[in-house]
Design a protein around this ligand. Structure first.
Ligand SMILES: NC(=O)C1=CN([C@@H]2O[C@H](COP(=O)(O)OP(=O)(O)OC[C@H]3O[C@@H](n4cnc5c(N)ncnc54)[C@H](OP(=O)(O)O)[C@@H]3O)[C@@H](O)[C@H]2O)C=CC1
Ligand SMILES: O=C(CO)COP(=O)(O)O
Length: 319
C-alpha cells in the first residue's frame, strides 16, 4: 500500500498514476467533507476531467493513511512540518517521500531535513522534476528524479513508484534535487514577471541562465553535486516552469509584472522559498541576485522597474 498525504492536484495525480498501474493507494486529505465527496464522485475540481480509479481509497483519517509502508508527502512545503507533527506515530523505518518543492521559511531547510527532524526514525526521500499534475493524471509521459541518500532504499522506491508512463531516475544527491526543485519556482516567478512586464524573451533566457548559475552556486555551497542541477530536478524543471503558463509560479510572476492581483488561495511555492533563499544567502554571504530581487518583489518592497534596475546595475563580471 502506498499512502499519499495531500489530496491537492499533485497528490491526487500521483495517486491516479499509481492506481492506474495496479498499485493500491490510500489518498488522504484534511477536509472530511471534501474527501467524502471525492470518494462518491471519483472526481476533483483540482484535476478536471480525471476519474479517480477504484484502486484509490480516499480517507480523511491521517493516522490510518500514515500506516502505509511508503508515504508520499504532497502537501505545500510550508505545511509539511505541521502535517508530520500531527502524526503521533514515529513512522519508524517507513519511507517518506517528499513531493513538495521549496525551503521551509522558518528553518531554511528542504523537505528531507524537515522529515528528519519530525520523524528521525523514518527514511527520507524526494520525488521531484518537470511534471504538471494534469499531465501525470492524464497518463502523459513524464520523467522525474527520485533522490534518496540510502541507495538501496532509493532503488526499491524507484521501482515502487515508476509506472509505464512515469519514469523515475534515481540519485543519492538529495540536497541537489531539493535545491533544484525549490529554486526553479523562484526563477519561474522571475521569468513570469519578466514576460508580464514586457521585457521580452531574450531577457527571460538571461534570467533562466543566471538563475541556473544561482541554483548551482547554492547547491554546491550546501554540499550537493553540480551535475544534479543539470538533471531533471534542476534544469529539466527550470525549463518547464519558466516557459509554461500552466505553471502557477510563472503565472504569479506574470501578474507581478503586470502589476495585477493574484488569487491568494493558489499554491505558489516560490514566494516563500525566495524569502528563505534570500535569508540563507545573507547568512552565508552567497551572491543570489535573482532570488533576492524575487523575494523583494513578492514582498512588495520593490517595483518591477526597480527590480530590473537592480539586476542591470550590478558590477560587470566574468561569466
Ligand atoms: N501541481 C503540480 O503540477 C505539481 C505540484 N508539485 C508540488 O506539490 C506540492 C503540493 O502542490 P499541489 O498539490 O499542486 O497544491 P494544491 O494547491 O493543488 O493542493 C494543496 C493540497 O494541500 C492541502 N493542504 C494545504 N494546507 C494544508 C495543511 N496545513 N495540512 C494539510 N493539508 C494541507 C490542501 O488542502 P485543502 O484543499 O483542504 O486546502 C490541498 O489538498 C507543492 O509543493 C508543489 O510544488 C510538484 C510537482 C507538480
Ligand atoms: O512543479 C511544477 C512542475 O514541475 C508545477 O509548477 P507550479 O507549482 O509552478 O504550477
Amino acid at each position: 500500500m502506498i499512502g499519499v498525504l495531500g489530496a491537492g492536484a499533485f497528490g491526487t495525480a500521483l495517486a491516479v498514476a499509481l492506481a492506474q498501474d495496479g498499485r493500491k493507494v490510500m489518498l488522504w486529505g484534511r477536509n472530511a467533507g471534501v474527501m467524502d465527496e471525492m470518494a462518491q464522485s471519483r472526481q476533483t475540481a483540482r484535476l478536471p476531467g480525471v476519474t479517480l480509479p477504484e484502486g484509490i481509497e480516499i480517507t480523511a483519517d491521517l493516522a490510518r493513511a500514515a500506516t502505509a509502508e511508503t508515504l508520499l508527502l504532497a502537501v505545500p512545503m510550508q505545511t509539511l512540518s505541521s502535517v508530520l507533527g500531527s502524526i503521533s506515530d514515529p513512522l519508524e523505518g517507513q519511507k517518506l517521500v517528499a513531493c513538495c518543492k521549496g525551503l521551509d521559511l522558518a528553518t531554511g531547510e528542504g523537505p528531507s531535513h524537515v522529515i528528519a527532524h519530525a520523524k528521525p526514525g523514518a527514511l527520507p526521500a524526494i520525488l521531484t522534476g518537470p511534471s504538471f499534475a494534469a499531465d501525470i493524471a492524464r497518463g502523459l509521459p513524464t520523467a522525474l528524479t527520485l533522490a534518496c541518500e540510502d541507495a538501496e532504499a532509493g532503488l526499491v522506491l524507484q521501482h515502487v513508484l515508476s509506472t509505464k508512463t512515469l519514469r523515475l531516475y534515481r540519485s543519492t544527491d538529495v540536497t541537489g534535487a531539493e535545491i533544484g526543485g525549490a529554486l526553479k519556482n523562484v526563477m519561474a516567478i522571475a521569468c513570469g514577471a519578466c514576460i508580464g512586464a514586457g521585457f521580452g524573451d531574450s531577457a527571460r533566457a538571461a534570467l533562466m541562465t543566471r538563475g541556473f548559475a544561482e541554483m548551482t552556486r547554492l547547491a554546491v555551497h550546501l554540499g550537493a553535486k553540480a551535475e544534479t542541477i543539470t538533471g531533471l530536478s534542476g534544469l529539466g524543471d527550470l525549463a518547464l516552469t519558466c516557459t509554461s503558463e500552466l505553471s502557477r509560479n510563472y503565472r504569479y510572476g506574470q501578474a507581478l509584472g503586470r502589476a495585477e492581483g493574484f488569487d491568494p488561495s493558489v499554491t505558489v511555492e516560490g514566494a516563500a522559498t525566495a524569502r528563505a533563499v534570500a535569508a540563507l544567502a545573507a547568512r552565508d554571504g552567497i551572491p543570489m541576485p535573482v532570488s533576492g530581487v524575487v523575494a523583494a518583489l513578492t514582498e512588495g518592497k520593490v517595483t518591477i522597474a526597480e527590480a530590473l534596475e537592480e539586476l542591470l546595475s550590478r558590477p560587470l563580471k566574468e561569466e
